[in-house]
Every structure is written in structure tokens, then in C-alpha cells.
Design a protein around this ligand. Structure first.
Ligand code: 5GP
Length: 186
């Protein structure tokens, strides 16, 4: 059986990665599995444990690093985020294409270490639109919103390192473009 693709899917905080993903994730032809990340961030009100993230303590996260259990990891606005390796490898070996929704530093680690990945960067229609989305979410205090917006500016510089750049004008249109990209790369 052909090993599944590793799909790196990035974009600044608030761009709508999750919403767009929901529009293409369930297309059976794409044969996708979503990799649930580990994070030391506290859960938001609407987040489901072990579904949106594995929420862990800093000690648990460091333990995962020490035991080489993460495919990549990075620090983002004061918290750690990382991809558990075992799940990704198991699913790829079963032939699934595994999607990693990760920030740019972790993405760079994977781009450097693997040669059979596909990378997609999702852009906001404008910075104003991104700011509106982060604010409308009402999940973070002002200080964190500012940090996330600053981080977004620096993340946009990294978009050129990705294979494909898609603008999230509407979730339906962005998802359609991503669906086509994945199909063309299978
Ligand atoms: P949030 O706190 O908004 O859920 O995530 C913050 C950023 O971390 C987002 O860009 C998200 O895609 C990224 N992220 C989530 N999981 C991982 C991961 O496992 N590794 C890395 N490097 N980034 C992640």
C-alpha cells in the first residue's frame, strides 16, 4: 500500500484554518486524517478535550520532547504546541493522508526533515479582516490579541516557503482550491 502524504497546513491565528478544513476534510476521495496536536494552552470554552487538542501540562509536554514523541513542536505566544509522532506514522502507513494544522516554525522543521510532504498556506483577505476575526472570536484578552496579531505579521513573511498559497476569501472557495491541490498531488 502506498504511504499517505503529510500535508502541512498553516496560516496566521484567526485566518479560519479550522473552518476551511471542515469544508474539505470529509471529502472521501482525499482520504484525510487530522492530526490532533498536544498543547500547554488552556482549553477555550467551546473546545473539546482530546478532539481539538490534547491539553497537557508543561511537564507532560517536556516529557514528550524528552522521549522523542513529537514530530515537530514550537512555542507560540507563550505556549507549546506539538505533533504526536506515533499517530501520524501509523495513519500514513495505513495509507491515509495526514493533515497537520501547525504554525510556521513547526512547519519549517518538517519541511527540512521530510521530502514527501505537501505544504499549503492560508492567507486572510486583509490584515483588517484577520483582526476582526480574532476580536469577534472573543476568546483572548487584549494583550494576547496584540501578540497574536504581531505574530501574524511575521508568519505572513514565511508564506513563500510553502508549495501553495490560498486566500480565504470565503471558506467554500478556499476549501475548493485546497481540495483540488490535494487531489492533484495524490
Ligand atoms: P491556537 O492557540 O489558536 O489553537 O493555535 C495557535 C497556533 O498554533 C496556530 O497557528 C495553530 O495552527 C498552531 N498549532 C496547533 N497545533 C500545532 C502543532 O502541533 N505544532 C505547531 N508547530 N503548531 C501548532
Amino acid at each position: 500500500m502506498k504511504k499517505g502524504l503529510l500535508i502541512i497546513y498553516s496560516g496566521p491565528s484567526g485566518v479560519g484554518k479550522g473552518t476551511v478544513r471542515e469544508h474539505f476534510m470529509h471529502d472521501e476521495q482525499l482520504n484525510l486524517m487530522y492530526s490532533i496536536s498536544m498543547t500547554t494552552r488552556k482549553p477555550r470554552k467551546d473546545e473539546v478535550l482530546d478532539q481539538d487538542y490534547f491539553f497537557v501540562s508543561e511537564d507532560e509536554f517536556k516529557n514528550a520532547i524528552d522521549h522523542n514523541e513529537l514530530l515537530e513542536y514550537a512555542s507560540f505566544v507563550g505556549n507549546y504546541y506539538g505533533t504526536p509522532k506515533a499517530y501520524v506514522e501509523a495513519k500514513r502507513n495505513e495509507g491515509y493522508n495526514v493533515i497537520l494544522e501547525i504554525e510556521v516554525e513547526g512547519a519549517r522543521q518538517i519541511m527540512k526533515n521530510s521530502d514527501d510532504h505537501l505544504s499549503i498556506f492560508l492567507l486572510p483577505p486583509s490584515m483588517q479582516e484577520l483582526e476582526n476575526r480574532i476580536r469577534n472570536r472573543k476568546t483572548e484578552p487584549e494583550e494576547i490579541i496584540q501578540k497574536r496579531l504581531n505574530k501574524a505579521m511575521s508568519e505572513l513573511d514565511v508564506q513563500k516557503e510553502y508549495d501553495y498559497i490560498i486566500c480565504n476569501t470565503t471558506p467554500e472557495q478556499a476549501a475548493e482550491e485546497i481540495r483540488a491541490i490535494i487531489k492533484n498531488n495524490l
